[in-house]
Design a protein around this ligand. Structure first.
Ligand SMILES: [Zn+2]
Length: 77
């Protein structure tokens, strides 16, 4: 059986395409399968996640930027 391809790096993963998602490691719902290398990188990635409501609550871009920066310093540092 063929294996899944990593959605991040494009390498073949160790996960058979017929494996149910509940029994997989590195499967991200709504995105797809990660290889073990990309999965283990996890928080090494230089990205943050902000609450979606920030976009709606702060219609002014400058205010939004300020809130994102504040969130970053309060949550990630
Ligand atoms: Zn990968």
């Amino acid at each position: 059986m063929p294996n899944e391809i990593c959605i991040l790096c494009g390498e073949e993963t160790a996960v058979d395409i017929n494996t149910h998602v509940d029994y997989r490691t590195g499967y991200i719902e709504g995105a797809g399968q990660l290889c073990i290398k990309c999965y283990n990188k996890g928080t090494d990635r230089q990205h943050i996640t902000i609450p979606e409501r920030f976009i709606k609550d702060y219609p002014n871009d400058m205010e939004l930027g300020s809130k994102v920066r504040e969130f970053y310093y309060n949550s990630y540092k």
